[in-house]
Design a binder for this molecule. Structure first.
Ligand code: NAP
Length: 254
């Protein structure tokens, strides 16, 4: 039995876990950061909470005799990805990154590309606007620096404490979000601009398509640099990489 650790918190991680759960030659564990109060159900055993940095992750890999590590975390979760890259240099465990490709601007899109959340705050400008903040709850505090705007903040769990802003409404929801529902939200809440992370994938693309349809600008936060090392974009490719990595280890007698 080969032991696989998936670093998760994404729909791709959940789908990969479901795919690998069907195999009787693998014991798969999915790791979550533990930020979401009621995480989605998973097809494999879950461990939750940080490892304690790169050394903690390396120790986990060794103690649990992990044969392969798959980093399927969100493209913006740069710290855990850096820890994974470091942990495998000391343990020698094969590492794959599973990461969805970023969205690309197409005809009709009005994107304002920015490098980070602070730049996104600045890109909203001085004139008051109604802003759809669709970046999850972790980074929304930065927008307290621009209290002239009115915000609709969407997240899975509540923003606590609420933002120190005079005009903020909250929308609690878990994706996927389709385009027509996003158009309705944008229209009924009188939104004039959307702030998004370039997460990629289908589940949260609805707001981007809706903004295009309604001719609204999107402040699009670029991804942090991608991890180096083997990277794939699909569940099929991840499963193929895993077979190859495990077969190579068997040949080496590991
Ligand atoms: P991060 O900044 O890269 O990670 C911060 C710390 O959280 C890590 O150093 C690690 O703690 C712990 N951690 C993160 N992911 C973990 C995992 N899958 N299993 C165990 N520990 C984990 O990550 P983040 O941006 O806060 O994101 C947290 C989680 O939410 C990730 O799993 C990510 O996939 C998911 N997520 C993030 C975003 C986003 O926009 N950032 C969006 C959707 C989902 P230790 O150093 O103690 O090990």
């Amino acid at each position: 039995m080969r032991r696989i650790l998936i670093l998760g918190g994404t729909s791709e991680a959940r789908e990969l876990a479901a795919r690998l759960a069907q195999r009787n030659d693998l014991a798969v564990t999915l790791s979550l950061a533990g930020r979401t109060a009621a995480p989605a159900a998973q097809a494999v055993p879950v461990r939750s909470g940080g490892f304690g940095g790169k050394a903690g992750l390396a120790a986990y890999l060794t103690e649990h005799h992990i044969d392969a590590l798959i980093d399927a975390t969100h493209p913006f979760a740069a710290n855990i990805s850096a820890n994974a890259a470091q942990a495998v240099t000391t343990t020698g465990v094969p590492l794959l990154t599973l990461q969805r490709p970023p969205w690309q601007m197409i005809a009709g899109d009005r994107w304002i590309d920015v490098n980070d959340v602070d730049e996104a705050v600045g890109a909203l400008g001085a004139t008051p606007r109604r802003v759809f903040l669709a970046i999850g709850r972790q980074d929304v505090n930065a927008f307290v620096a621009a209290p002239q705007h009115a915000y609709v903040v969407r997240s899975i769990d509540p923003v606590e404490p609420p933002l120190a802003l005079p005009h903020a409404e909250y929308s609690l929801a878990r994706g996927p979000f389709d385009t027509s529902a996003e158009c309705e939200l944008i229209t009924t809440r009188g939104i004039g601009i959307v702030v998004a992370k370039n997460s990629g994938g289908e589940a949260t693309y609805g707001k981007i398509a809706a903004a295009r349809a309604l001719r609204l600008p999107v402040v699009m936060i670029r991804r942090p640099p991608a991890p180096t090392g083997p990277t794939v974009a699909t569940i099929d490719a991840a499963a193929a990489w895993l077979d190859h990595a495990l077969a190579s280890a068997t040949r080496r007698g590991v």
